[in-house]
Design a protein around this ligand. Structure first.
Ligand code: AMP
Ligand code: ZN
Length: 460
């Protein structure tokens, strides 16, 4: 059985052959940590987690290295820090924002059943590598210093042409057309409209680091160079798979390829480029202004993470996904059924039908159809296959208990029990009032008596 993956660069499904089967290497662009992650951000997390699990199954856990970065230097972070912590020095505020958002991101993706990547590098811990790549690019004639910025020149790259990919190859864009279509208000320090920033000076108070040689003032990196640096540090000059959402193909990934290939004089950065399609909500683009912007955090209040995970995997990762309440309800019912019949069964090896579907470019809808087929024929294989896909992290009883809790406490019933208890206390029937208190506690309700009466809450 061989793994076939759709590669955005060659626009075809190709058999996956790792550079080194003892060290299979994958890089996925991670979040910029300034706010709660939305459900669209969960898509690459879940999709590449399934791929990570499949690669570990095929090559062995010790032989797969998955790197997903954390972007902790960005204008959006600075803006959020200044807004949320106006009294603090900016750098301190930024640390608060990135630490808190990073913690929240971990809580979310853990709940989605995603394994932690092998390494989660932070951009701010790789400034030295960024500087080194930038200096190589300047030395090689691919980048230049202007007004304390360093700019990368795609035109210099395409003119050099010596064993390098063509700028625009990944996103299938022609540099000439990009030049023709350029906006008129190009920054004055750019020689050409298509040049992009590798390094820029920091404004007073902003995070800043020693700049690459040739620049005296301190500065900070552009976004694209961060991923080139972290991938290089943790995976080497070339590696197997690079992933992210389809929106990252241009300019982010095109620029990563340009930086890495020109710095290390090579034809390729990654051998397979994989991109997940976009997620929309109830047939509309998700946006704050439309009011349909949903965070993972909010969804987790109403649904177990595995329901969100299954709902995501019902659509093939390259297709757009329409995230609907109806589909979520259906996913929840499916998982209730699988938990009931398979969660407490000793799992056997994953079924061939499920594996074959996954090996065909992560065809998760087909894998799910195969799971439905196993339900009536081979429950141990159903259990083993579900575990491979990152499901059944709880026992059947835990799942059921959580469901009852989430399905809601009947507030009217609680109020009337409290009224009965108040009446029992008034007539000094403490046996009965204690019995009702215990009954409420068993329902997960904590009560508090004060001179103003009795209040209650769902106990945690
Ligand atoms: P960002 O923090 O916006 O850079 O996004 C983090 C990851 O989520 C990237 O891989 C994006 O491509 C991906 N992403 C963002 N929005 C969506 C969406 N609506 N659907 C699918 N993927 C998305
Ligand atoms: Zn990236």
């Amino acid at each position: 059985m061989e793994l076939r993956l759709y590669d955005t660069l060659s626009r075809e499904k190709r058999t996956f052959v790792p550079l080194d089967a003892k060290n299979v290497r994958m890089y996925v662009c991670g979040p910029t940590v300034y706010d709660f992650a939305h459900i669209g951000n969960a898509r690459p997390v879940i999709v590449f987690d399934v791929l990570f699990r499949l690669l570990r199954h095929l090559y062995g856990e010790a032989h797969v290295k998955y790197v997903r970065n954390i972007t902790d230097v960005d204008d959006k972070i600075n803006d959020r820090a200044a807004r949320d912590f106006p009294g603090l020095p900016l750098n301190e505020a930024i640390r608060k924002v990135t630490e808190e958002t990073g913690r929240q991101f971990h809580a979310d993706v853990d709940a989605l059943g995603a394994l932690r990547p092998s390494v989660e590098p932070r951009a701010t811990e790789h400034i030295g590598e960024m500087r080194e790549i930038i200096e190589r690019l300047v030395r090689g004639g691919f980048a230049y210093v202007a007004e304390d910025h360093v700019l990368f020149s795609p035109q210099a790259m395409n003119a050099a042409n010596a064993g390098l990919p063509r700028y625009g190859a990944l996103s299938k864009r022609s540099l000439d057309e990009m030049i023709a279509g350029a906006r008129v208000d190009v920054a004055p320090y750019k020689k050409d409209s298509t040049d992009f920033v590798l390094w820029k000076p920091s404004k007073p108070g902003e995070p800043s680091w020693a700049s690459p040689s040739g620049i005296k003032v301190e500065g900070r990196p552009g976004w694209h160079i961060e991923c080139s640096a972290m991938a290089w540090k943790h995976l080497g000059e070339q590696f197997d798979i690079h992933g992210g959402g389809i929106d990252l193909v241009f300019p982010h990934h095109e620029n990563e390829v340009a930086q890495t290939c020109c710095a290390f004089h090579q034809q390729r950065m990654a051998n397979y480029w994989m991109h997940n399609g976009f997620l929309q909500v109830e047939s509309e683009k998700m946006s704050k202004s439309l009011g349909n912007f949903i965070t993972i955090h909010e969804l987790l209040r109403d649904w177990p993470g595995e329901v969100l995970r299954l709902n995501m995997l019902k659509t093939h990762y390259t297709s757009p996904i329409d995230w609907t309440m109806k589909s979520l309800e259906e996913s929840a019912r499916t998982l209730d059924d699988w938990y009931r019949i398979a969660a407490d069964v000793a799992p056997s090896k994953p079924a061939v039908s499920v594996l074959e579907a996954l090996l065909d470019d992560l065809n998760t809808p087909q894998a799910i159809a195969a799971l439905h087929g196993l339900r009536g024929s081979d429950v141990p294989a159903l259990a083993g296959s579900l575990r491979l896909l990152g499901f059944l992290s709880e026992s059947a009883a835990q799942w059921e208990g959580r469901k009852q809790q989430a399905s809601g406490i009947d507030a009217k019933q609680v109020e009337s029990l409290i009224a009965e208890r108040t009446a029992a206390r008034a007539r000094k029937d403490f046996k009965e009032s204690d019995r009702i208190r215990d009954q409420l506690a068993a329902m997960g309700i904590a009560i508090k008596d004060s001179k103003d009466g009795t209040t209650w809450e769902v106990a945690r």
